[in-house]
Structures are given as structure tokens and as C-alpha cells.
Design a protein around this ligand. Sequence first.
Ligand code: AMP
Ligand code: ZN
Length: 498
Amino acid sequence: MKPEHKDLHVYNTLTAQKEPFSTIIPGYVGMYVCGPTVYSDVHLGNCRTFISFDVIYRYLKHLGYKVRYVRNITDVGHLEGDADIGAEDKISKKARLEKIEPMEVTQRYTLGFHDMMQIFNIAPPDIEPRATGHIIEQIDMVQKILDNGFAYVVNGSVYFDTQKFANESNIEGYNYGKLSGRILEDLFTETRDLKNQGEKRNASDFAIWIKAAPEHIMKWKSPWSIGFPGWHLECSAMSTKYLGETFDIHGGGGDLKFPHHENEIAQNAGSCGKQPAKYWLHGNMLLLNGKKMSKSDGNSITPQELFAGGSEHISKGYSPMMARFLMLLSHYTNPLDLTNKALSDAEKGYDKLTEMYNKLQELVPNNDAPEFDYAAFKKKFYSAMNDNFNSPLLISHLYGLSTEVNKRISGEGISAHDLEQVKSLVEEFMIDVLGLRLETQTTSNQGVENELMELILELRAQAKSNKDFGTADLIRNKLSDLNITLKDSREGTEWSYE
Ligand code: AMP
Ligand code: ZN
């Protein structure tokens, strides 16, 4: 373990405080993050949440923790409008509309999701369980909750009794509503105009097993009815199965605090008497021009639209790594508004850092150079990430490093030893921790680009020495169309992007 792991602090939604991070088993982290509902293509908002937790996963591993990262695939039970009853299952609906099997829907969008995760360089989780593969575990959990008296059966559906749980359960440090900051009385009396609400004892009760209508495709036998599990149940059952009754981190987008996560806690506590996760971490929302990005509201853009540019919202196209970088420029607990301006500003920063990375690869050391204080940067990098994974602060320190590196390049240079230290620091934080995929740009693309430019400049020099000024000018003008400028001097010609 790196000594710096001792200083990590994380913001825990459950206690509404930044707390020192200490794991249940020293050296090991169990982390569960709610994955996608695979009924449509992921939008960039979903990607933001998975990028945020990817950086958290990467940093924990960087510190030396052995992490078991579980991120599920929701392939049943998530109803339209996040309702718990009386609405259609999102996946069933898609299957019905497209006249295909629900399994075809989930297969198509799971594959698409995995492709997108790779494009954004998001590391795969260690376990990726599916709700439909864990029906037995979910039925067992419903039974335990019933046995403990915190649920009741009506017409083949099973409901979690939130009022009884709130009044009678005795969970240290937790009462129903605490995570999302809801007021119990409001929850109990809140009226919702939905089908089957009448079967509930309290408005805030939620279905944990739902009796399926005859036309429903995805259904399983249970002691109560042929039906399907409620959406919140899968995460309780699968986190317990793979991480135990208590584990270290539970994460997800902030929009899941209520009802999803609050109800998850109620189910875990209602079945085994324990609040499941020590730290509840929530990512904030990606906005599009000031409004939460959401597919159902029609305010979303797909990653492909961002890469291609020319869409209604975003005019220019950006690479996946630039988009990832933009996401990291905001703290994961803050909202981030996707706009043309935010993207073009981010691009300048991204270019600065990739340029530093490239220059470091090519730099010839000068062993007479004075010491380079890389240790000071290392300290700042760790203290940024140890402060609840503050990636924007880390990036601003990386800008600071690039300024220093540039000064040295045009001045005294850097010794071989210090250069190695700086290079590994940059690699550790930019590539391993922030997950920016930079290698290919330097070793292949950048290398080829440099060689091609050398060739072009040589041809131009030859044309000039043959007094073929027409060709020399043609080369200059064509390069200028590509935003490349040439600077002639006695030593030769230098090129740069405008
Ligand atoms: P879903 O597929 O709707 O279950 O969502 C998958 C994940 O994406 C969840 O963790 C959501 O909280 C998250 N999410 C949905 N919309 C956004 C958004 N606009 N910004 C950030 N995360 C989001
Ligand atoms: Zn979940």
C-alpha cells in the first residue's frame, strides 16, 4: 500500500460529511455501483457517472487497495418513470414496440454499453451481475424481509412496509429517509396517482415482488405469484451476494438517492439488520445547456453525436478522450454543464497536457541541470486526489507542472534522474489515475505526424533551393489550410499548430 492511502477522505452522502476513508478489511475495498438499464443507448450523462466511478476505482487501486468492483446490469424490473408498480417495464416495452425478445433488447444495449465503456477507457468492473441471473437470490431476500415482518403480500405482490420499518427497525446510524434527506411524514402521506397504489398500506411503501399480468413476458415462479422483482431489490441482493452484508462503498448517480438507494438500504436492513455500505458516494448530473441530461425528456446527446459534432447542441466534434477530460475538469459531486464553450475551453487544457506528455517522451536529459522539485508536485497530486477524488484540482496541478517543464525545456533542461521521475509521475496520474489514453497518440500518430512533416519541410527546402517558389508557396498555403504555420529561420524551418 502506498503511504498516501492514509490521507484519503471521501464525502459520504449518508452522514453528509467528508470522512477519513478506512476499509472494513484493511487493504481491501468492496465497491458496488449501480449500472445501466439496458433498454436504450447510453447517453453522455450515464457516461459521466461511470467515468466518475472509474477514476475512483483507478485511484483506489493506485493507492494499493485490492478492489472488488461490482457494477450491475439492470435487465428487468425498472419501470417507466421509475415507478415501482402500475407502469410498464422499460425493457418489456421496448421489446413489445420492436417486436423482439426482451433478451434481444438487453443483449443489444449491453453490447453497446460495453463498446462505449471501452471507447471512454472505462475499466470493466470485476463482476458485472445481471438482475435476471439472480432471481433466486432476490426471492430469498423477499422471503427474509417477510419473515422479519417488514413486508406484506397483497394479491400476489409483495410490498415493503416503510412505516413499520421506520418505527420498529433498530439500525445503528440509520433511519428511513436519512440518505436522501426526506421527511418521513411527507413520504407516508405523499399521494401518487398510479395504478395499484391502493394495494399499499402507505404511499411510501414499494413493491419488492410484482405479480405479472398474463401478457407480461419476463416473469418467474415465486411463493407469492408468477411475477418479477422490484427494481431496487436486485442491487440489494447482488451487492450482498458478491460483497457481503456490509461493504465499503456504494455509488451511483445522485438521481438514484431516492427512491432507489434509500429503498436498497431499507431492503438490506429489513432482511439482515444491517445498513449495507460504509460510504455512500453520489456523482452529480451532467447537464445539457443548463438542464439535466435525460433521455426521457429529450434533452440528451449520445456520445457519437459529440464525437461527430454538428448536432443541434454541440457544433464541433471532440475525441472520446477529450470528452473524458472535460468530465474530469469538474468535481464529480458538482453538476457539469455541457456547452460549446466548456468543450472548447477544455480542449485548450487537454492540448496543453498532451503536449507536455509528448515533449517529455522526446526530451533529451541534461545532467548539469539543477534539481527539479518533482516531489512537491507529487505531494500536491496526492493531496488533490485524497480530498474526495478532486480531479479538477489534480488537473490544475498538472497544468502547473507543464508550465515548469516548458520553462526547463527552453532553459536549463532536466537531469536524466529527474526526467524519469517526472515522466512516471505524469504517467501514473494522467494515464493510470485519470485514465486518459495517451500512449497511442505519441508512439504511433504523433511519431508518424512528425516524420511526415519532416519530409514535407525537406521537399519545400529543396524546392526553394531550386528556385521553385511556386511549389514552396503551395506547400505553405496547403499547410496553413490545416492550421499549421511555418517559421523560417537561419537554422531551418519550424512548424506548429496555429
Ligand atoms: P439508468 O440507465 O437510467 O439506470 O442510469 C444509469 C446511471 O446513469 C445511473 O447511475 C444514473 O444516476 C446515471 N445518470 C442518468 N442521467 C444522468 C445525468 N444526466 N448525469 C449523470 N449521471 C446520470
Ligand atoms: Zn442499483
